[in-house]
Design a protein around this ligand. Structure first.
Ligand code: PEP
Ligand code: MN
Length: 358
């Protein structure tokens, strides 16, 4: 895939003095809710108004969107506020209806990106149409699948593209609704620096109080913009009530966020940065040595167990290690989930090594 400046045309055309802001409710519910929210967003940093018309709910029975009748409400938003409008399309019927109603930007939802058949059908339906398409990451942490969806649109002739990082499904996360797994987006940014990357902190957080911090992390990582779910009355929203914020809160957030410069040429800054980086390189190589030592001991233990014909997995011992490491980490100010993930990975590798000893 070759991403060129041309693919960013939709962003550059906005003449932005700040990262792009896409805001609006998770779902369009009523004409009044849509228009009231939009008018409160009109004089904020919001560039694009979002609202889901067709809602892919994980389980049936939830609110599945108002459907086509909500599209004229979005057109009214555009007429009355001048903001661009965007909605999610999940099949070719949605595409046809969205185009008929003058939607400016389309986005592909996380549950659609996972399915190459559907992505291809949508891409084919867009042949010959000059509309920006933003592809959310798939629900599973699979970078090639995410890029593959972008490539399908590119191959269909869609020249204006972007991606939205909304985090990855997890079944037991205390802190996040969808774990960010930042390294996947960083990997993408490294490979395709000109592919606009937007952060969706709403679906990552699943709650209101952490949206600011996650947004700041995105800006610190040079994301091109934010998509934040915003509702006139978040507590009574028909979908994703816990994570939506009011337009007033959105304004506070955008005012408080620090926009980083891409780089600095100041000598003092460069000197300090180089020093810290050297220190990190050293610590990282120590980490590798420590891991090697730890795995060598696992191998010895594996041999011992093999000789005595003892089972490899001693789950009681493992729970003890995990708990005590989490506690030790917390005492030192390390995030619980971070420590847990590292030790789980170490444990899996340890078991693999023990399996392989003869
Ligand atoms: C949404 O943006 O409301 C939505 C359904 O998002 P996702 O596809 O990221 O779950
Ligand atoms: Mn939502």
């Amino acid at each position: 895939m070759e991403i060129t400046k041309e693919n960013r045309k939709w962003l550059d055309g906005m003449n932005l003095s700040h990262p792009i802001v896409i805001a609006g409710p998770c779902s369009a519910e009523t004409e009044e809710q849509v228009l009231k929210t939009a008018h409160l967003l009109k004089d904020t940093d919001t560039n694009v108004f979002r609202a889901g018309i067709w809602k892919p709910r994980t389980r049936p029975g939830g609110f599945e969107g108002v459907g086509e009748k909500g599209l004229p409400w979005l057109q009214k938003v555009k007429q009355e506020t001048g903001m661009l409008i965007t909605t999610e399309v999940g099949n070719t019927d949605h595409v046809e209806k969205a185009l008929k109603h003058g939607i400016d930007i389309l986005w592909i939802g996380a549950r659609t990106t996972v399915n190459p058949f559907v992505v291809q059908e949508i891409a084919d339906a867009l042949k010959g149409v000059d509309i920006p398409v933003l592809v959310k990451n798939p629900v599973n942490p699979d970078l090639p699948l995410w890029l593959g969806a972008v490539e399908r649109f590119q191959a269909a002739g869609i020249s204006q593209l972007g991606v939205i990082h909304r985090g990855f499904s997890t079944y037991n996360s205390l802190h996040y609704r969808n774990k960010p797994k930042w390294h996947i987006a960083i990997e993408l940014k490294k490979e395709f620096p000109d592919l606009p990357l937007i952060l969706d902190p709403s679906h990552i957080c699943g709650r209101r109080d952490t949206i600011f911090d996650v947004s700041q992390t995105g800006l610190d990582l040079n994301y091109d913009g934010l998509m934040i779910e915003t509702h006139i009355d978040p507590d009574n929203a028909w979908s994703d009530a816990k994570q939506q914020i009011t337009p007033a809160r959105l304004v506070e957030i955008t005012q408080e966020l620090i926009i980083r410069q891409k780089n600095s040429t100041k000598e003092e800054f460069q000197r300090k940065l180089n020093m810290y980086r050297k220190e990190l390189d050293l610590l990282d190589s120590n980490l590798i040595d420590l891991l090697k030592d730890r795995m060598s001991i696992s191998e010895e233990i594996g041999r011992l167990k093999h000789k005595e014909n003892v089972a490899i997995l001693q789950s009681g011992r493992w729970s003890e290690i995990l708990e005590s490491m989490i506690q030790a980490g917390e005492e030192k100010g390390l995030n619980k989930e971070f420590v847990e993930e590292i030790f789980k990975a170490i444990h899996v590798e340890s078991i693999n090594i023990q399996h392989n000893v003869k």
